[in-house]
Design a protein around this ligand. Structure first.
Ligand code: UDP
Length: 392
């Protein structure tokens, strides 16, 4: 019997843990228990995203107040999650990624002598301030985790170099691929849930930017670049779902509100955002998850960061880091928008983030069902014997 407590707090954690929760519930035996605890770090965006995957948290902490800094959030979460751990006594706490929820969730579990499984483990820039504070959040989780589910070999190498035991690391692929597949299957089945991209025939440029390092002058520079791109290219439509953080929404609305060919909107629910990504001619973003999704779908992406902990997407040629320099953003966008060959070179779906079975691998491991790949291979050998045996 295993009791597995999945702790999550933000939109990207919901997207990347939803398929893990589905897989855990699919394979749980009668005496296993899978409990989902939301810390409410991104309250509305989290509920919206979990809802899209048909998941309702079993436990919901309400720790967010306006204007809290990361250390306030981590402090409160340590206390509140500690109470949850005492009440539920799980065998495993599962966290994903690099948020305050992850740092507090993992550290508090360690203090309660509960085993920690870290999903998307081993991402590193090796720069404490970029991304801030996420690089340290994920390193904290890495130090205390008993099981590291690394999305790629490069992430696994970081963990090995940090001295983690090889048998505590499993390369699974990224669960974002599983999430994309699950959602596109659901959207195909339910055509009512499909959302229209944009009304005109303009090429769609999808933009997101929210990172803490971009607050202040960098986000203003990005906005001025977007304005210039919209002025230079008349056959495009820039769609920018604006993050709710006032440090972002303030300057974005001040500089871009009312600019021709730019549509500002509230954050989109995941199916709507996925639909926009699939229809986009290019993406401009500072997001971690969108770099991975863009690589899976094959949409050329300008990355508003100088370095990335996802070098696989850059090496595969789909993502180009441009930082927040105005001229470089405008020039790189112009190359993609005016030279079809440049665009075609970047517009290729790649599978560097896995085969869409990451969640199955994680669920099998946590539930003690054996190695997913060994078991599925054995099953396919058995079924081919059965076919031979039955004369087919
Ligand atoms: N996303 C979404 N709606 C939006 C913008 C993004 O559903 O309006 C999704 C996107 O598909 C990706 C995730 O949110 O899976 C990325 O979240 P975010 O950029 O906040 O975090 P990061 O990936 O940088 O940690």
């Amino acid at each position: 019997m295993s009791r597995i407590l999945v702790v999550l707090g933000t939109r990207p954690e919901a997207i990347k843990l939803a398929p893990v929760i589905h897989a855990l519930r699919e394979h749980a035996r009668d005496d296993d228990e899978v409990v989902v605890c939301s810390t409410g770090q991104h309250r509305e965006m989290l509920a919206q995203t979990l809802g899209a995957f048909g998941i309702t948290p079993d436990l919901d902490l309400d720790v967010m107040e306006p204007g809290q800094c990361p250390s306030d959030v981590v402090g409160k979460l340590m206390i509140e999650l500690g109470k949850v751990y005492k009440q539920t006594s799980p065998d495993w706490v599962v966290v994903q990624g690099d948020t305050a929820t992850v740092a507090a969730g993992a550290l508090s579990a360690f203090m309660h002598r509960i085993k920690v499984a870290h999903v998307e483990a081993g991402l590193r820039t090796h720069d404490k301030s970029k991304p801030f504070p996420e690089e340290i959040n994920r390193r904290v989780a890495g130090v205390v985790a008993d099981m590291h589910f690394a999305a790629t070999e490069q992430a696994s190498d970081h963990l090995l170099r940090e001295g983690n035991a090889p048998n505590s690391i499993m390369v699974t692929g990224n669960t974002v691929v599983d999430a994309l597949r699950w959602m596109s299957d659901k959207m195909r089945q339910n055509t009512d849930s499909s959302v229209n991209g944009h009304a005109d025939n303009a090429r769609l440029v999808l933009v997101t930017a929210h990172r803490r390092e971009s607050h202040g002058e960098p986000i203003r520079e990005v906005c001025r670049a977007l304005k210039e791109i919209a002025e230079q290219h008349h056959d495009i439509r820039i769609v920018y779902p604006v993050h709710m953080n006032p440090n972002i929404s303030g300057p974005v609305r001040e500089i871009l509100e009312g600019v021709e060919r730019i549509t500002l909107c509230d954050p989109l629910d995941y199916p709507s955002f996925m639909e926009r990504m699939s229809n986009a001619y290019m993406i401009i973003t500072d997001s971690g998850g969108i770099q991975e999704e863009a690589s899976v779908i094959g949409v050329p992406t300008l990355l508003l960061r100088e370095s990335t902990e996802r070098p696989e997407a850059v090496q595969a040629g789909v993502v180009l880091p441009v930082g927040t320099d105005h001229d470089l953003i405008v020039k790189s966008a112009a190359a993609l928008l005016t030279d079809p060959e440049v665009h075609a070179r970047m517009a290729k779906p790649v599978s560097v983030f896995g085969d869409g079975q990451a969640s199955q691998r994680i669920a099998y491991e946590l539930l003690g069902l054996g190695r997913f790949d060994d078991i599925t291979q054995q099953r396919s050998v058995n079924s081919s014997f059965d076919r031979v045996g039955s004369g087919h």
